[in-house]
Design a protein around this ligand. Structure first.
Ligand SMILES: Cc1cc2nc3c(=O)[nH]c(=O)nc-3n(C[C@H](O)[C@H](O)[C@H](O)COP(=O)(O)O)c2cc1C
Ligand code: SF4
Ligand code: SF4
Length: 277
């Protein structure tokens, strides 16, 4: 059995979670196709046979799969190939992301056999507004590894591998009513303000703190930062993934997302990973 993984992970949490599942699966023949950086040669057409197993792993953006991830998975095809679907979200909610990913892979010839909604530190988390700091932690990774082991058992059953129905069978998250209402009120007010006076904010770097080391340029998945002009982000390219913010060794790059405060205030309760197989 051959395992291929397709992963988009600007701040690394989707990759960490996926690697724990891979460890649990225990398959020796593994090819990792990382879709995070622009210079990747992994976006080309690839056809997988029904004897392969494929993992698709991506973060949740706005309750859906990060659009850049889907764009980079566009060329992958299966022939009734078993697929494991993993999304990682920042402790708020994953909403349609998993069912969207399931539809996407089914349209391309895959057969979903397992799915998981895993938790990662929120891309917008910072010292003032912490959101799921340090996730996935050791408990998350042990749980993801155990899930990988259970998938391995399923793949080795004699009866054949059952296809899952993600839209109907995936467990859903409960959010306390007060958090839901407070967050919705924030989003409504923010949307109203944006309609009246659209102001989009992007990560930027302090001139004083930036050493022009160029690390953010190499970490950016969409080539939105230019060497020598690291203080700014190209608004036409930036997807606000925060890879540059979290990866800046000098702490020079910051992103003051207006969502950080309401997310931190309303989604402190620890979410646990959810699984379906
Ligand atoms: C633009 C954007 C939108 C996001 N939307 C959500 C969301 O709807 N729900 C949520 O819980 N987390 C959301 N997050 C947080 C990420 O899903 C989370 O931090 C994830 O761990 C990032 O994955 P990565 O480390 O692979 O980049 C969002 C992050 C970004 C950058
Ligand atoms: S990683 Fe930080 S210090 Fe290095 S160039 Fe980018 S903003 Fe400047
Ligand atoms: S400039 Fe934008 S797209 Fe590039 S790493 Fe920073 S947040 Fe992500």
């Amino acid at each position: 059995m051959k395992l291929t993984t397709y992963c988009f992970s600007p701040t690394g949490t989707s990759r960490q979670n996926m690697m724990a599942v891979v460890k649990g699966l225990g398959i020796e023949d593994v090819a990792h196709r990382d879709l995070t950086l622009c210079d990747s040669d992994s976006f080309s057409f690839t056809l997988h046979s029904s004897l392969d197993v494929v993992i698709f792993s991506a973060p949740v953006y706005g309750g859906k799969v990060a659009p850049t991830a889907l764009a980079r998975m566009e060329q992958v095809r299966g022939e009734d190939t078993p697929a494991i679907l993993l999304v990682t979200y920042g402790n708020r909610n994953f909403e349609q992301a998993l069912s969207q990913l399931a539809d996407f892979v089914c349209e391309r010839g895959f057969r979903p056999i397992a799915s998981a909604a895993l938790v990662g530190e929120h891309s917008y988390s910072n010292a003032t507004y912490p959101i799921a700091v340090g996730r996935p932690d050791a408990t998350d990774l042990a749980s993801a590894e155990e899930f990988g082991k259970r998938i391995a058992t399923k793949l080795n059953t004699q009866e054949g591998v059952r296809q899952i129905n993600v839209a109907e069978e995936m467990p859903r998250l409960e959010t306390p009513e007060s958090s839901l209402l407070a967050f919705r009120a924030f989003v409504q007010e923010y949307t109203r303000q944006q309609q009246e006076n659209p102001v989009k904010v992007y990560p930027s770097a302090s001139k004083e703190a930036c050493t022009h080391c160029g690390k953010c340029v190499t970490l950016c998945p969409t080539q939105a930062i230019t060497l020598g002009k690291e203080e700014v982000s190209d608004p036409m390219r930036c997807i606000r993934c925060c890879a540059c913010v979290k990866g800046c060794p000098s702490g020079a790059r910051t992103f003051l997302s207006p969502f950080a405060k309401p997310l931190s205030e309303n989604f402190q309760i620890r979410r646990e990973p959810l699984y379906l197989l």
